[in-house]
Design a protein around this ligand. Structure first.
Ligand code: 2RA
Length: 338
């Protein structure tokens, strides 16, 4: 059987990655519809050797569509998800619009695939930092429940979009030529700099990006009592996020056992060579499906805590790959109808 798929937001960084994945994973496609804003309609995108036209999204865009992969921002998802569902499509939404909606499963296929079964037309893709962290923490949490997570993120420019990736390059070359770095898409100069994530601040003193890691992780793990805190930072890296994670358990968790578990965990490539100081790096995570995890060590300040380090491609497993894997899960389990 093959499926009629629409990409909503086909021209963005994630949309481009979705196309590459659908092509290279040999996804069972009957046909592909590319939807974007009116600004992009009329342009074409090459897919499997053919030039596919981009259409501006309308009420009839979802006729006969089985699966919508949406990555065009929360506003567009809120406007069009209901229309797509009415036409019996399943929407896999990369925006934050529906992630905390009780009726919408929030899914990382390697972590909580079973939750996808209860969808009522929409399945939400978690935020990139949450996908990467839950992929690494879940295999340990399954063996010994995590009590508390302390996360610090080092987030690539790609999280701010394709234009931000270009801007950090422009800023870097400007500085190297002795000129000041100008921030237009980014809130501040990112070249040779970093800054706390500029998502809206809340009255808790946490930005929305940090609260996403807290609230989304609890939903994915199905455990509201896990204590989580996060500090999210934008760093001058192009497309892979890095995260330093501290995990607290009820009782000590052997670093050796944690290494064994993570070395076999799905979606993870374990990278840890103490002799050569080779550990996960963004340049080695970029473009890969797997999230690189390493530097597992006993927290010397607390007998029941472990430290770990990860790097994962923000556009791929952090967004597009996870969404395509959800679509593959629905097809494999025959969970498309709603
Ligand atoms: C960021 N997670 O990196 C957000 C966007 N996907 O800014």
């Amino acid at each position: 059987k093959s499926y009629h798929v629409a990409i909503l937001g086909a021209t963005g960084a994630v949309g481009t990655e979705l196309l590459e994945l659908l092509e290279n994973r040999d996804f069972p496609l009957a046909d592909l519809k590319l939807l974007a804003s009116a600004r992009s309609s009329g342009k074409t995108i090459k897919f499997k050797g053919e030039n596919i036209p981009i259409e501006s999204v309308s009420d009839h865009s979802f006729d006969k569509i089985d699966i919508v992969l949406a990555s065009a921002g929360g506003g567009i998802s809120k406007t069009w998800a209901g229309v797509a569902i009415e036409k019996d499509a399943v929407v896999i939404d990369n925006s934050s619009a529906f992630r905390m909606n009780q009726e919408v499963p929030l899914v990382v296929p390697e972590v909580n695939p079973q939750n996808a079964a209860s969808h009522r037309g929409i399945i939400a893709n978690p935020n990139c930092t949450t996908i990467l962290m839950t992929l690494a923490v879940w295999p340990l949490h399954k063996v010994k429940p995590v009590k508390r997570i302390v996360a610090a993120t080092y987030q690539s420019a790609s999280g701010a979009g394709a234009k931000a990736m270009e801007e950090v390059k422009t800023q870097t070359s400007a500085i190297l030529q002795g000129h000041p770095a100008v921030a237009e898409v980014l809130p501040y100069p990112l070249a040779f700099n970093l800054f706390p994530h500029n998502s809206p601040m809340t009255d808790l003193g946490y930005c929305e990006e940090e609260l996403k890691m807290v609230n989304e992780t609890r939903k994915i793990f199905g455990s509201q009592e896990i204590r989580i805190t996060a500090t999210c930072v934008r760093v001058p890296v192009l497309r892979a996020h890095s995260e330093a994670i501290n995990l607290e358990f009820e009782t000590p968790f052997s670093p050796h056992e944690a290494r064994e578990i993570l070395s076999q965990a799905p979606g993870i490539r374990f990278v840890e060579d103490w002799q050569t100081n080779h550990f996960p790096m963004p340049i080695e995570a970029s473009g890969r499906d797997e999230v690189l995890v390493g530097r597992i060590r006993q927290d010397i300040s607390h007998p029941c805590c472990l430290e770990l380090w990860l790097c994962g491609d923000q556009i791929r497993k952090g967004a597009a790959l996870n969404a395509v894997q959800i679509a593959e899960l629905l097809i494999e389990k025959n969970w498309l109808s709603h």
